[in-house]
Design a protein around this ligand. Structure first.
Ligand code: A2P
Length: 336
């Protein structure tokens, strides 16, 4: 039966994509409520040709909701989680607030759909770089368990929200006009520049984004033994992330087998033309559902190593699409 849905953070980069996906994927909607901060009071957003009002979130907002898709940041998710679950709705949360809570499933439908079954009202959507890497390498992990992952990321501005995307455009215009670029949303100018990821540095000198890749990948794969190290970098790309991934197995992993597995796996697309030196690029991944994977090659430094390169739309599969796929999974299996 049709579902009553609320989007918390409807005006954001991920929120507007959620709206687009619910429409284009014909999600069985009974009702759609758009929630945001007081800054958005009085605004409207278009959905299937209709102007829907944006409501300021409050305690009564979640009555008459079956499902809340939350993408308004960790503190907003924490603030409203109890009200949402008390109202009897299931929360699919895009923030990092609950991802590592043991009883909260952390789900990528192509990898661990069954983990969603035992939810207690909250299901967490993983970090974007983690999702993109996960769908690309899980088909290989199923053939032969991955022992170690070394990953470097090239992350777009969209991960820091819609305002960060606008900031990079402004900075680019300023630089081309000979002016000094200003940075307010991101810590440093990103246009014509890059910097190590702006998430807080943790005690072990990794930043939080890097530790999310380590911890969340292990939780999603249900494989605490995988050793993972990551270097996350922000690059002046608007909305798709790229990653260079080195994988180590217990024995050699044939490159042809890796290519076949990735070519037929759900959610990924093999993109490589070695003659033309054409491989996945963020501009090609933008707006696409699939994660593009290519440059799959033997690691010449290790007999049991494989290298690959991937690009994926951070706002789609990295966030909004994965959340909608979780919602579809809950509906299909009757787990709502
Ligand atoms: P608003 O537009 O009213 O500020 P992004 O990730 O693109 O920066 O988007 C963040 C989203 O989260 C926006 O929709 C924003 O709404 C919403 N948001 C931010 N803070 C709050 C809050 N305190 N309560 C509700 N929504 C919030």
């Amino acid at each position: 039966s049709p579902i009553r849905v609320a989007i918390l953070g409807a005006t954001g980069a991920v929120g507007t994509e959620l709206l687009e996906l619910l429409a284009s994927r014909n999600f069985p909607l009974a009702d759609l409520k758009l929630l945001a901060s007081p800054r958005s009071a009085g605004k409207t957003l278009e959905f299937q040709g209709e102007k829907l009002p944006i409501q300021v979130v409050d305690g009564s907002a979640f009555k008459d909701c079956d499902l809340v898709l939350a993408s308004a940041g960790g503190s907003t998710s924490k603030r409203w989680a109890e009200e949402i679950t008390k109202a009897g709705a299931v929360m699919v949360d895009n923030s990092s607030a609950f991802r590592m809570v043991p009883e909260v499933p952390l789900v990528v439908p192509e990898i661990n759909p069954e983990a969603a079954q035992n939810h207690q009202g909250i299901i967490a959507n993983p970090n974007c770089t983690t999702i993109l890497m996960g769908v690309a390498i899980y088909p290989l992990h199923q053939i032969q368990p991955i022992q170690r992952i070394v990953v470097a990321t090239y992350q777009s501005a969209s991960g820091a929200g819609a305002m960060a995307m606008e900031e990079v455009k402004h900075q680019s215009r300023d630089i081309l006009a000979g002016k000094t670029p200003q940075a307010e949303i991101l810590p440093y100018p990103l246009a014509f520049n890059l910097f190590p990821h702006n998430s807080p540095i943790t005690d072990n000198h990794y930043c939080e984004e890097e530790m999310k890749m380590v911890q969340e990948t292990r939780k999603i794969f249900a494989a605490e033994e995988i050793r993972i190290t990551a270097t996350c970098v922000r690059v002046p790309v608007l909305r798709a992330h790229s990653e260079a991934v080195n994988l180590e197995f217990a024995t050699p992993f044939p490159v042809d087998l890796a290519k076949t597995a990735i070519a037929k796996a759900p959610g990924v697309k093999l993109v490589e033309d070695w003659q033309k030196n054409y491989f996945p690029m963020p501009i090609d991944a933008t707006g696409q559902d699939d994660v593009l994977v290519g440059r799959i090659r033997q690691d010449i430094s290790h007999p049991n190593g494989l290298d690959l390169w991937l690009c994926g739309d951070q706002i789609r599969k990295g966030a909004a699409l994965n959340a909608v796929q979780i919602a579809e999974l809950l509906v299909e299996r009757g787990w709502l």
